[in-house]
Design a protein around this ligand. Sequence first.
Ligand code: G1P
Length: 299
Amino acid sequence: MIQCAIVPVAGYGTRLLPATKSQPKEMLPVARKPIVQYVVEELVANSVQRILFVTGRNKSSIENHFDQDPELTRLLNAGSRQELIEELKFEDLQAQFYYTRQRFQRGLGDAVLCGDSFAGERPFVVALGDSILGLHANSRSVARMAEVFEARRASCIIAVEEVPREEVSHYGIVRPAGGAGEDCFRVADVVEKPSPEAAPGNLAIAGRYIFSPLVFDMIRRVKPDARGEIQLTDAIRGLCEEGKRVLALRLPPGEKRYDIGNFPSYFEAFVEFALADPVHGPGFRRTLERLLGEPSGLS
Ligand code: G1P
């Protein structure tokens, strides 16, 4: 099992301004929980025990969120608010948290490189802090990726999903080495945010990766892109070029990747998670139906 994960959370979240002016986008709530809590719960459910957050300025609320808050617990205990104490149970998650700062915004590859000494000689997961896998983060994909990674002695495995052609320019896009008919296939190349015309397909990197530590050397060799950023995708491309075994695993049917990097997908994720809320979902559904039925409503 792969026990370490690096969770990059240093980005400015500019596509979500003004919501992200002074709070991390990873702390925006999707229904009941902040995005990053879903990510951590997913990782822990997939046997990850040590999590390194690569943070930046304005990100201290992430540290606070995963810390115990004895005063709040005392207050809730004193008021016998048992149901609310339940909501803080995630503070007991069986994971160790580590934090480091990416001092300059030099891209995702550079952020991952900040975890070099944390990962050491072992393979590790990279889970993007703004992507939730599966409704309410119900996903076993990272554990499956770890099994395949080990069984096939890969250097890298990437979770992928199909996206509409017009959206390929938002993602890293993989070019399969042979067919991409199977769930798991070898990758010949990856391109970061290609235009629809230049894209080698529509299979997008879906925010979860496992790497052998040799990726760190490759990241150090990557040249900055036109915006001065070191792209993780370019390091994966380097692994492909050197003949290393780079694999892709499709997310299973029914397991969506919720990309909270822009408003349309954030709104969609919020509504979908709220509709599936065991307590408030049914009432919220009625509210939505009413709003949609109103002449000046959402329809
Ligand atoms: C990053 C990666 C991209 C990947 C995407 C998934 O882009 O660079 O390859 O497909 O995450 O969310 P970003 O969303 O940080 O621009």
